[in-house]
Design a protein around this ligand. Sequence first.
Ligand code: CA
Ligand code: CA
Ligand code: CA
Ligand code: CA
Length: 434
Amino acid sequence: MIKNFFFLLITIIFVLSACTPSLEPTTIPAITPTLVPTITPIPTEIPYMDSDLDGLSDEKENHVQTNPFQIDSDGDGLNDYDEVTKYYTNPLDSDSDNDGIQDSDWSERREYTETLYLKMRILPPFNSDSMNDHFQDINVLDENENFLLFELIFYPDSYHIIEEIPFDIYLQLSEDYQKFLVPDPLMNFDKEMSDIVKNELNLESVNFTSLDVIEKMYQWESRYVDWMPGTKDSSKPYPEPFLDIEINEENEITFPSTSIMFSSKPRESEYSQYYSDELFDREWQMDHIILGKEMFLNKSHGSCGSIANFHSTILRSVGIPTRIIQTVPVLNPSDKAQIELLDKLPPNVKNTLHSQIGYNHFLVEAFVGGRWIRVNNNSIESNVEMRGAFIKVISFDSWKNASFARSWGYNRPYKLLDIEYQDAIHKSQKMIFK
Ligand SMILES: [Ca+2]
Ligand SMILES: [Ca+2]
Ligand SMILES: [Ca+2]
Ligand SMILES: [Ca+2]
């Protein structure tokens, strides 16, 4: 909790800000993350064997006749798991269609499932390493601190096999996961919260898998938690505050984009309805839609960035590694030139994309069964939703490592330059587990 003194101070600052256009960044005093001393893995008795840790159990590998001790049975550069669940190529044949080109070739990978090719330019924050994931592959054309230009193949039919395995089995392999388990200034859980979460979610004394914990979190949330707009006055919803936040070296939480917004005339008119006293009630926002622990205790959260932080804070507090991701739609719908690019697509694809091009989306990935699984607003989904093409542009362990305020702040810092749809050329092999 922030001390009363700071409440008073901030209130005065905000009252002053509301009287005159705020051209200075607002700053919330530092909240120092404290390491939770011991994270007790939630034990499970469920037997499971995945000898090569590739995500396919020995039992499944025996079923499809891949080598349970080798992640890439046919040596073509694509692991067995991806061939089975993402590319639908043959995991036992390095050249599934016998044309002399290996399955792992950039274009060859697209031939057994429908795909979307995109060429895009995005502004920071981005992390090109995180953009090769289970739903997309990228080819970087140009990258510097100001922008990323890339080609991307999106795989809408990719899915995850989520195994109910002890969640700490993979954590024992690497200390790299520690950073996905600790608090940060916004995911501010502590030992007290950890104990309350275990109690509220009834996690004591029984063996649960990570999936069980996530399911229990959803159930608890649906019963007790209120969705809040960004202000106390629900008639004045405020846009996603997580696009405003920066965290400095001293762990102070700042909102620099208020000054950026006010300096931009078009933006000012577009969002002027939100410029009210409530806009600056950061104290209320911190307690109800921004800080993870306070949201948990007050049983409230806001829109997607808030929900992502809420879920991430809860899951980390009981020892499940999480990271936050930001996805963007395939195009900026306010740019006519980008909209017109969709005319190149088959009508059904165009309509699907049209239904979700209006928004970007924050969500959480939890490390479950050796995989980063997307934990969306209210369900575990292999993809984001609606089979839509939500493009992951960054994943991060701490909000300190992803500042959206400078280039986002109510802009749409992504631009579609080209798009092309391709249906599967060969008969799909996706019958294996689906
Ligand atoms: Ca395996
Ligand atoms: Ca392979
Ligand atoms: Ca193959
Ligand atoms: Ca081939």
